[in-house]
Design a protein. Structure first.
Lengths: 111, 112
């Protein structure tokens, strides 16, 4: 069945450095790829998304890239700050109204 | 807008008891999703509705789980009878036409 693989499961980066999280998807019909951030004990919150008609999207310190041919997409966080510490989930649409999530990446920003 | 509202926020119950979780989606949203989150299995979609009609319940683990959406502003997820392995955080999310789902604060369920 359809699935989304996410790597790494845990990532530690020094404050100020960049972090990259990668995901692959299996359904070639997927056309929507959101990223959610979940802080400890809180709800997942949509931070950025990309649709298949673009290859890159940026919003301040975060950016997403999409390679439809290879069926993978990535989240890039630059100039990381302590408040970036959280679990990040990628997701991909598998039909017009449904998305499936990756298993998450726990990001630690080291002082 | 108050966002997606869920109740209760925490529920502790004994094995065998019935549990009912409640969700109020964002006004005007036509999709409602129920998810379960555990460390082992991550974020799993249980069931979702479009315009109050269940579209896909393939994620519902077994017959002990049921969900209803009697109107556009209310949905319930019921577990009867509950078991310890049902312990998890249950999220409700809603969206309008597009895929942009907005999550509620979740209900942390503990079954002893």
């Amino acid at each position: 069945g359809e699935n989304v693989e996410q790597h790494p499961s845990t990532l530690s980066v020094q404050e100020g450095d960049s972090a990259v999280i990668k995901c692959t998807y299996s359904d070639s019909a997927s056309n929507y790829f959101p990223w959610y951030k979940q802080e400890l004990g809180k709800r997942p919150q949509l931070i950025i998304d990309i649709r298949s008609n673009v290859g890159e999207k940026k919003d301040q310190r975060i950016a997403v890239t999409l390679n439809k041919t290879a069926k993978h997409f990535s989240l890039h966080i630059t100039e990381t700050q302590p408040e970036d510490s959280a679990v990040y989930f990628c997701a991909a649409s598998i039909r017009d109204d449904k998305i499936i999530f990756g298993k998450g990446t726990r990001l630690h920003i080291l002082p | 807008d108050a966002g997606v509202i869920q109740s209760p926020r925490h529920e502790v119950t004994e094995m065998g008891q019935e549990v009912t979780l409640r969700c109020k989606p964002i006004s005007g949203h036509d999709y409602l999703f129920w998810y379960r989150q555990t460390m082992m299995r991550g974020l799993e979609l249980l069931i979702y509705f479009n315009n109050n009609v269940p579209i896909d319940d393939s994620g519902m683990p077994e017959d002990r789980f049921s969900a209803k959406m009697p109107n556009a502003s209310f949905s319930t997820l019921k577990i009867q009878p509950s078991e310890p392995r049902d312990s998890a955080v249950y999220f409700c999310a809603s969206s309008f036409i597009t895929y942009e789902q907005y999550f509620g604060p979740g209900t942390r369920l503990t079954v002893t």
